[in-house]
Design a protein around this ligand. Structure first.
Ligand code: SAH
Ligand code: TYD
Length: 395
């Protein structure tokens, strides 16, 4: 049983709203806030939120994030599909499950739709996946649904991206994985990586949905508790640096050299223990001071500042640094569900990215620094017109 016994408080990012709760003005007074405290569990080398909203408060009929909002990510998921297909599948009839399939972008690449199943509790995005004729259970991942019966003990691959860190109850998660997978079954998932977050000081990876920021050390220990081995790992460039983990039943597969290679790097970099996190804590507060000072200087010099991409990550930066419309006049974004609303907590208006070139601001805070190539190439004229991109992460 994975428990909280050895959770150690690291720091608080202060009062936080729901990261993806872009809202209308008449909902400001009802907005929900919690204190975003983070800690480190020494027993599992696990970086985690110590307080967070309930999953139902985030994943419901109004979840605004769409996988397909990034062309780069569509391509990435095509490659992820090919990786699974080439390395781990022997026939198109082997059963496959995706946890958190969102709009069905990746599931749709698999040839035999009838052998695939997606779990997606955010019903608005689940509907988009269903329209692609995919087999979806519009609920939180669990083995305990009659609709999922034929996948029990008979699933070859369970895969996931950017969702396992959203699931607070790791015990139930692994129990369900155990019930679904067959003897040679594999659980393959990729999530934002602790090592990358520490290196880049991208503390904005921490928000309500990211209950955990995983590492090889933590994943190995967590799954060992349930008799699973971490058999391979593959670093990914997505979301500012992620790690793909391949998990198999204990003893069923050889453990690849990559696991030891990257694990020893974590030990060397001191990111597998609480003390190693103290430097990160200092970096967060110095980044905050620096960002505020720079934005205030831009303002004093008469510059106009806007934001680009109303990401979940931006909610952490804006609320932690207390940046509102006094500094950033609006944020441009592509997501229909965000446009016309206001950012969570700091209430900065979200505008359609198509309006960005109507009158370029002088400075643009790039909140989707992880999609910089895609955005820079789309917005080349901004630089040509003398504009300047800006971020707390090196871009
Ligand atoms: N895998 C996609 C979506 C990531 S966003 C991608 O990488 O782009 C996370 C998705 O997981 C959301 O659509 C959310 O509704 C879903 N989700 C959250 N908790 C879940 C759970 N317990 N079981 C299944 N899906 C979940
Ligand atoms: P992402 O980094 O996936 O966000 P999150 O922090 O929520 O995981 O970026 C997705 C958001 O960025 C989404 O609101 C759409 C926006 N976006 C743009 O506005 N333009 C773009 O070209 C891209 C790639 C994203």
């Amino acid at each position: 049983m994975i428990d909280k016994k050895n959770d150690n408080f690291l720091m608080s990012f202060g009062k936080m709203p729901i990261a993806n709760n872009f809202l209308h003005e008449n909902d400001f007074s009802k907005e929900f806030f919690y204190e975003m405290k983070v800690g480190f569990n020494e027993e599992y080398s696990l970086f985690k939120l110590l307080e967070h909203p309930k999953p139902e408060q985030m994943f419901n009929s109004k979840y605004p994030f769409l996988t397909s909002s990034s062309n780069y990510m569509i391509q990435h998921f095509n490659n992820f599909y090919k990786f699974i297909n080439k390395n781990y599948l022997h026939s198109i009839n082997e059963k496959i499950i995706e946890i958190g399939c969102n709009d069905g972008t990746m599931l749709n690449f698999f040839e035999n739709k009838s052998s695939c199943l997606g779990f997606e509790p955010s019903t608005n995005v689940a509907k988009i996946a269903e329209k692609k004729n995919l087999n979806i259970i519009p609920k939180f991942f669990s083995y305990d649904y009659p609709e999922a019966k034929k996948f029990l003990n008979d699933t070859k691959i369970i895969y996931a991206a950017n969702v396992i860190c959203h699931i607070p109850d790791l015990n139930s998660l692994i129990i369900s994985i155990d019930k679904f997978l067959n003897k040679k079954g594999l659980f393959i998932f990729e999530e934002p990586y602790l090592g990358s977050m520490i290196n880049k000081n991208s503390y904005d990876q921490i928000y309500d949905e990211h209950v955990y920021i995983f590492s090889i050390s933590s994943i190995k220990k967590i799954f060992k508790k349930y008799n699973f081995d971490l058999i391979d790992v593959f670093p990914q460039s997505t979301h500012g640096g992620s790690m793909r983990y391949v998990i198999g039943r204990e003893g069923e597969y050889e453990i690849e050299k990559n696991v030891e290679f990257y694990e020893s790097k974590e030990i060397k970099d001191n990111i597998n223990n609480f003390d190693g996190m103290l430097n990160f804590k200092k970096q967060c507060s110095s980044s905050k001071d620096k960002i505020i000072e720079q934005l205030e200087t831009f303002k004093k010099n008469g510059k106009t500042i806007s934001g680009y991409a109303a990401t979940s990550k931006s909610t952490t930066v804006l609320n932690y640094c207390n940046i509102g419309t006094n500094l950033i006049n609006c944020i441009y974004d592509t997501t229909p569900d965000k446009i016309g609303k206001f950012s969570p907590g700091m209430h900065i208006p979200i505008k359609d990215y198509k309006e960005f070139n109507n009158q370029y601001p002088d400075i643009v805070y790039l909140f989707a620094w992880n999609h910089k190539e895609e955005i820079f190439s789309k917005e080349k004229n901004f630089i040509r017109n003398g504009g300047q991109w800006f971020s707390h992460v090196k871009i």
